[in-house]
Design a protein around this ligand. Sequence first.
Ligand SMILES: [Mn+2]
Length: 433
Amino acid sequence: MTRVLTTLLLATLAAAPVTAQHGAPGGPVPVELLQQRRAEFLTSMPTGIAVFESARIRSVEGDYPQDSDYREANDFFFLTGLESPGGVLVMVQPDSGRSAGEVMLFLNAPPATPDRVSAARTAADSLGAALSGLATVHARRPMPRGRAMPGRPAPVDPMIAMVDSIATARGLERIANPRRIIAPLRAVKDADELRRLRRASEISVEAHKAAMQGTRPGMWEYEVEALVEYTFRRHGAERVGYPSIVGGGFNSTLLHYDLSRQQLHDGDVLLIDAAAEFGYYTADVTRTFPVNGRFTDRQREIYNLVLGAQQAAMDALKPGITMAELNRISRAYMDANSGTLCGDAPCTRYFIHGLGHMVGLDVHDINPYFTEMRPGMTLTIEPGIYIPEEKLGIRIEDVLLVTETGYENLTAGAPRTAEAIEALMAEGRKQTR
Ligand SMILES: [Mn+2]
């Protein structure tokens, strides 16, 4: 299907109560890109059958879905562009390296009568075909009614039998771990993925700026967290990319502090590791700033050491380098520049986690630690120093896009230097005086 036709179809259907990423702030994934991703997957897969299932709808009775609405499974979304619980994508490769392969998409049949309970999801109809860029979409057999209970066997999904019968009929084996094949495809972002990641980054930057401007001694961590997450949603982000970390004082030294229930004190730092997910792509941003708007001399020295370690890795970032090498460079900088800041030994002993990771559909995206960087890959670099006995934790984290010659910092809009942070915080104080 051509883009013009798709656009026309979408325009025609715009008034109908549908679905998918159509109508979502992120918009639909262009079908040409979906077709390209599936073709690349089929080309790189071995002979066999690969199956990608959509996410499961979670129950308010026991699943605790209140932290997020239905969210499609990443690989399913990457290859179909759809949000469609019950969906099953079957990739058939009868002759690896020689055959273009075949794609079969099964979606729930459109409801016979309008669904008065749930929001419309993409179904096996012309819209499902248009949004996914497939000529045909098959209706899947419905799941049997009833749910898993203690003492009662879970209902069997008829799609499992269906996929098995496709495999048997063609004499093909089902591939055990298709994620291994999709990993390299997801590592390099295409134009639509970058568009989403850029927006997620921009929104996250706005939230960090709001936190810097809005934080005052005496506020509670949850108040700042609310400000951050409100900013995400206000700009069209569907959800947080991961549980927000908002930790003041001692809590700044806990890597995954998630309670956000303590008061913020004059003289402490506040570490915020929080980012928005926009159109299924998440940023990952950390900033650390003084609750009262001014770093102490000690805080500033440690801050500048972390900043230097981050910059050293960023300066080395270009195609060909690996995360392992960047990690070594960043730690070598910290070793060489610690002076007596942390006593006789370098501060590197307080840098207790990895330097960074790939970022995309997953916040910790498929991670080629020893794989050479290529243009279009997106990663974070996030050194930190955590000194619990001083209630002082500093981490600085940005989202970086590898370019032909180096990198672009997608989250540079959030102040990074101690001076820029203090300037923005001072501005925030003026506004509310
Ligand atoms: Mn991170």
